[in-house]
Write a protein that binds this ligand. Structure first.
Ligand SMILES: Cc1ncc(COP(=O)(O)O)c(C=O)c1O
Length: 378
């Protein structure tokens, strides 16, 4: 199949001065999870040299709570909040063992909740992991074209897997429809639409932990920055968390750059159009977690107001970025490497550099959202 080669670019000069409310923190819940530790923030001096800036740091999500992607941060907090709401429990101070014990002792076997989600890989596995930790079952819907390792990953969590031959957007609809009228199904979806906003916001709040960790690591080093944070986008929920973190009081106000495949650039194209647009995602992409055609309705206003720049990247440039990062000893899957491909494209032009206020002393953070185990190069 011949891939469209158009690369998209967008910038918004007023994004840096936009402010929003401080988001809910899931940090104390995450700290209570078995194996929680902040993921590494790794200095890559040769990339700083290549890009003509002071530092390039990679936020490495290749091992987040034992999974090869960041998604468990959102899924864990959303599952906790959704179950607390269902059973009228106080989420403040809630932990997985306490929730599990409550379910074991207070919920009848015939009334056990089933966690349901659609996924392009990482989110579904994270939901399935949470179900396992709580002694529950999960039903996970997947689109066409998912890699066998992503499928095996979800299966390995013990979830019921519903394989389809439709696109990600359609599989989201299918999963949501499957829960209609099912009293014990709990839909844990990482994108939002009219009438389904609460769970996606909890997911976004959960992602916030990742950005707090970046700030803490820089503070521990007595380092400045970040001046630019580069974030891969699918439906834009992670980018919503990025904006809500860095555009709320008390945090640095770096430039924020989103990056996604040329073939599924729903965020860049929507930002250019000034309104959400839906794009065709029937082309295959090695960045399978970013192969989404519809921006999350919840995240859209924050992205429109607070994202400084958006870029899209080719399959070949992303593949090259995976290989270059591997040569530097980094375990980075295609979605994570899309940040390097994106920043290379963005910094190649002096005009774009200026639009993001970047210079030789700047500190850039690349949010590498997955390791290769999540999504091997195909
Ligand atoms: C590894 C990875 N990175 C980034 C994203 C993009 O997240 P969002 O869809 O919230 O934009 C995803 C989404 O599935 C993902 O799996």
């Amino acid at each position: 199949m011949l891939l469209p080669q158009t690369s998209y670019w967008y910038s918004n000069p007023s994004a840096r001065s936009w402010q929003t409310a401080t988001p809910e923190s899931a940090l104390s819940f995450h700290r209570s999870l078995h194996g929680y530790t902040p993921t590494p923030l790794v200095d890559l001096p040769s990339l700083a040299n290549e890009l003509g800036v002071a530092r390039v740091l990679l936020k490495d999500e290749s091992n987040r709570l034992g999974l090869p992607a960041f998604k468990i941060l959102g899924a864990s907090w959303a599952v906790c909040r959704a179950l607390c709401q269902r059973y009228n429990l106080d989420p403040d101070g809630m932990t997985v063992p306490r929730l599990k014990e409550f379910i074991r002792t207070s919920v009848g076997v015939a009334e056990l909740p089933v966690l349901v989600s659609a996924t392009d890989g990482n989110h579904g596995r994270a939901v399935a992991r949470m179900a396992g930790l709580l002694g529950l079952s999960a039903r996970i819907y997947i689109p066409a074209g998912l890699s066998s390792s992503a499928i095996d990953g979800i299966r390995s969590e013990g979830a019921a897997l519903i394989e389809t031959d439709i696109t990600y957007d359609n599989v989201v609809t299918l999963a949501a429809e499957s829960t209609e009228g099912e009293a014990f199904d709990v839909l844990i979806q990482d994108t939002a639409w009219q009438g389904y906003m609460e769970v996606p916001q909890w997911i976004v709040d959960g992602y916030g932990t990742l950005f707090g960790e970046i700030d803490d690591a820089l503070q521990e080093q007595h380092a400045t920055g970040p001046d630019l944070v580069v974030c891969p986008v699918g439906v834009g929920s992670l980018a919503q968390a990025l904006v809500e973190h860095y555009r709320s009081a008390g945090n640095a106000a770096p430039a924020l750059l989103s990056t996604e495949p040329n073939t599924a650039a729903c965020i860049a194209q929507s930002l250019q159009a000034g309104k959400p647009v839906v794009v065709d995602t029937s082309y295959p992409s090695i960045m399978s977690g970013l192969n989404c055609g519809t921006p999350s309705e919840l995240g859209w206003p924050a992205l429109m107001a607070g994202i400084d720049a958006a870029v899209s990247v080719s399959e070949a440039d992303c593949r090259q970025a995976v290989l270059d990062l591997r040569r530097l000893g980094q375990d980075v899957g295609p979605c994570g490497a899309a940040t390097l491909a994106g920043v290379r494209s963005a910094l190649a032009s002096p005009e774009r550099r200026q639009q993001m206020s970047l210079h030789e002393t700047s500190v850039i953070v690349l949010v590498s959202t997955e390791g290769l185990a999540a999504n091997p190069l195909r």
